[in-house]
Write a protein that binds this ligand. Structure first.
Ligand SMILES: *Cc1c(COP(=O)(O)O)cnc(C)c1O
Length: 361
């Protein structure tokens, strides 16, 4: 691909009125308010990626025999555009999302979207819908995704795909702001098995996790924690977030890559911690050890991390035979400090020494 703009821009002729947009931005919540535009790019074997456009956000017309409705060939990404203190609009490590999207595509037997095209698409949407970025604590959540769009019921990789990016203004992820979360450790369900799709960001992983998330909600918890599928012993991650444990000697433990989703927030926290001289050990950590260490005081803090919530402290753990509290039940000092650093970098308040910000001009 050369530097020719690949996307044709067709501005929405009837965007949401400014006063209505202002009203929606006051309390956008998460995932219900959308911007005026979307990006679409199509793929066929003959034309490759083609028909790229930025146009009015609108429904797709889908044939009942569309492959994605039957065999779930679908992947997605989640990322945020922020307004920094000096008014610059910036993305956080978007090249990492582009790379992971291509890897997810490969796992799901879909054609990878060139990484520069992914970036172009995301930037174009942020630019045209920049009025939708909330002031203050909010941000513009971007949802690039791709799905099989061929009308065919045969079981094989589809021969047509649509890549799309939509955006929604968002406030804080968890209701009640920065209170520590309660988690439910599922012994009935697992999320990912060796050789499965745990490392791909695909809709199917989420479909499989919803029943466990519903169980967590019934148990009065905010999120579910999954154990490994082989031994039902090792902590893997939450439904949509990775997990870190802070020990009393100041070191941190996080589960190794393999069947978990390789989070960009996870990777950023490992880098930030290393720069502070905190050792992060990527090693399996069992549920039994977690409970023992929380009770003995060897474990001081536990937090979950991901783009949507950034860093969320875990205050209480519930499981089928009981529950335990982590530390004082409040966010621990390292949880707070790492969150302030990461959010600070994203907001342009803390120096961006790892060059993670990607300003959009
Ligand atoms: C997206 C996701 C994460 C977090 O990844 P980030 O890149 O940090 O947003 C963690 N676990 C799962 C299952 C996910 O889908």
């Amino acid at each position: 691909m050369n530097n020719e703009p690949f996307l044709s821009i067709v501005p929405n002729g009837s965007p949401v009125a400014a006063h209505e947009r202002a009203r929606l931005l006051e309390n956008p919540g998460f995932g219900r308010v959308f911007t005026d535009h979307m990006v679409t790019i199509r793929w066929t074997p003959e034309k490759g990626w083609h028909a790229g456009q930025v146009a009015a956000r609108a429904p797709f017309q889908i044939d009942p025999a569309n492959a994605v409705l039957h065999y779930a060939q679908e992947i997605f990404e989640g990322m945020k555009a922020y307004r920094t203190q000096d008014g610059t609009i910036t993305l956080f490590r978007p090249q990492e999302n582009a790379r992971r999207f291509a890897q997810s595509a490969e796992r799901m037997a879909m054609p990878p979207l060139p990484e520069d095209l992914f970036l172009q698409a995301v930037e174009a949407l942020v630019r045209i819908d920049s009025d939708w970025i909330p002031e203050g604590d909010g941000s513009l959540y971007l949802r690039p995704f791709m799905f099989a769009s061929e009308t065919f019921l045969g079981v094989r990789p589809a021969s047509e795909y649509i890549f799309c990016v939509i955006a929604c203004p968002v406030g804080p992820y968890f209701k009640g702001g920065k209170k520590p979360i309660k988690v439910w450790v599922s012994d009935a369900y697992t999320r990912a098995a060796p050789g499965g799709t745990g490392t791909a960001k695909c809709g199917g992983n989420y479909a499989a996790s919803l029943i466990a998330q519903a169980e967590a909600t019934r148990q009065g918890c905010d999120q579910v924690v999954f154990l490994d599928a082989t031994e039902r012993r090792w902590i893997e991650e939450l439904g949509g977030m990775n997990i870190f444990f802070v020990m009393d000697d100041g070191s941190m433990i996080t589960p190794p890559l393999g069947t978990i989703l390789p989070g960009i927030t996870r990777a950023s926290i490992i880098t930030l911690a290393a720069a502070e001289g905190i050792s992060v050990i990527e090693t399996p950590y069992s549920f039994d050890q977690w409970r023992t260490d929380a009770t003995s005081g060897r474990l001081r803090e536990t937090f979950a991390c991901g783009t949507a919530a950034v860093i969320a402290g875990i205050g209480e753990v519930r499981y089928s035979n009981g529950s335990f509290v982590i530390g004082s039940g409040e966010d621990g000092p390292l949880t707070v400090r790492l969150r302030e650093q990461l959010v600070g970098i994203q907001r342009g308040i803390v120096p961006d020494k790892f060059e993670w910000l990607h300003p959009i001009t």
